[in-house]
Design a protein around this ligand. Structure first.
Ligand code: AMP
Length: 406
């Protein structure tokens, strides 16, 4: 029977899934040559108005559904719906393994891991490090393990790519005992950065060997400084609210603001968490939307201010990463905003000419792949990311290593 690999990315309000072919399964290749997308989909709006949609690789809608919000329409029930729909649409294929996006690998995991009971227990201990994400990431792993204890499940971490960061980039200026117990920068979006690092040589071999900054600009946004394709610094820190302002997250904030909110506004931990993660960023500044497309179209000065702050902060953080790299050869834009907004890319690059960054307006408008002028000191690229494919590649690699094939 032909087989396939499923990928699950479960968050607090959405569960995304993709299924890839895993043909040539007896080959020892761990690349993406045998991994072709069969379908993908998601349930979003969990807890508000859950909606399911599955699409073919060409974007054709294969199925959709909606539910009224109800306590029974929870992550578990919606996951069951996905499993059932996927099972009925595999066209005779068998799911041989499932790769999961897991936000936190703590101090322990610097690469993906095959999940068993003891690994799962370890992953549970990282809930304290990412309370809004980690529990949701673990639900599908536990649910599938209950359904089939022998299912090959792999956890792929957002933090793993950044374990190459040196101490000087990793550690906060806190007393050592905090650092030793794990209160330091981890960095996130690692699967996206790893995918770009893998792709970079096919676009620009020199870039892959040199100093690159990758800007993952989506509803979550961060940047990574890569030296010879390894992370040496990231704008995200202990949590995924550090660094750039995002759709609804503050990005870096003077910690004194949190003390002020506690003392003067009598806000408790949950209030502050909601403010920092859900009510700030582009949404908080504009009071209109967290969606960059909406803000770019709006005439409201508050929308313009939100976009201006975003662009300003990208430039400022980028300069910091260039300092960490002691120069820059390559800049890569990726994720929803980075891949799709020529205006934002142009606004960012216009302020960076002093760094030797010059973009070609026409190439930027077309958006791919190289958008810098031929005389630009820094090559600038737009490279679409694919975290799901990266997870499928890792899953396949572990299957080969664990001789799942005979
Ligand atoms: P992601 O989290 O990578 O899926 O990116 C989502 C973000 O990308 C949202 O803020 C979208 O508004 C933004 N986005 C997608 N397409 C565009 C576009 N054409 N122009 C500006 N922002 C976009």
């Amino acid at each position: 029977m032909k087989e396939c690999i499923a990928v699950i990315n479960a968050g607090s309000s959405s569960i995304k899934f993709s299924v890839f072919t895993n043909d040539n399964s007896s080959s020892s290749s761990s690349g993406d040559d045998s991994l072709e997308l069969i379908f993908k989909g998601q349930v979003d709006g969990i807890g508000v108005a859950p909606k399911f949609e599955a699409t073919a690789p060409d974007g054709t809608i294969l199925a959709s559904n909606e539910w009224a919000n109800h306590p029974d329409v929870n992550h578990k029930m919606l996951l069951d719906e996905i499993i059932q729909w996927a099972g009925e649409n595999l066209d005779g294929r068998e799911i041989r393994a499932v790769g999961h996006r897991v936000v936190h690998g703590g101090k322990i995991y610097s690469k993906p891991v095959l999940v068993d009971e003891s690994v799962l227990q370890t992953l549970e201990t990282f809930v304290a490090l990412a309370p809004l994400h980690q529990p949701h990431n673990l639900v599908p792993i536990k649910t599938l393990a209950q359904m089939d204890p022998y299912l090959f499940q792999v956890a792929c971490f957002d933090t793993a790519f950044h374990t190459t960061m040196p101490d000087v980039a990793r550690n906060f200026a806190l007393p050592r005992n905090f650092t030793q117990e794990g209160v330091h920068r981890y960095g996130f979006h690692g699967l996206s950065y790893e995918y770009i690092a893998n792709k970079l040589p096919s676009f620009d071999l020199q870039a892959a060997k040199g100093r690159a900054v990758v800007a993952h600009l989506g509803s979550g946004a961060s940047m990574c400084a890569m030296l010879k394709s390894k992370s040496i610094a990231s704008t995200m820190g202990f949590t995924a609210i550090d660094g750039l302002p995002m759709g609804t997250r503050t990005g870096s904030l003077d910690p004194g603001v949190v003390l002020y909110l506690m003392r003067q506004k009598h806000m408790d931990t949950d209030d502050i968490e909601r403010l920092l993660y859900k009510e700030s960023g582009m949404l908080g500044i504009s009071g209109i939307s967290n969606d960059m497309r909406v803000l770019m179209k709006s005439d409201d000065p508050r929308a313009k201010e939100a976009v201006d702050i975003f662009v300003y902060r990208v430039k400022k953080e980028l300069a910091g990463l260039v300092a960490a790299l002691e120069g820059i050869d390559t800049l890569v834009f990726t994720a929803g905003i980075g891949e799709n907004s020529p205006q934002i890319r142009e606004q960012i690059c216009q302020g960076l000419q002093w760094l030797g960054i010059r973009i070609d307006s026409e190439a930027n408008r077309r958006g791919k792949p190289r958008i810098s002028t031929s005389d630009s000191d820094v090559s600038v690229w737009v490279i679409p990311t694919n975290e799901e494919l990266m997870i499928a590649m890792h899953t396949r690699k572990l299957m080969v290593q664990n001789t799942v094939y005979h």
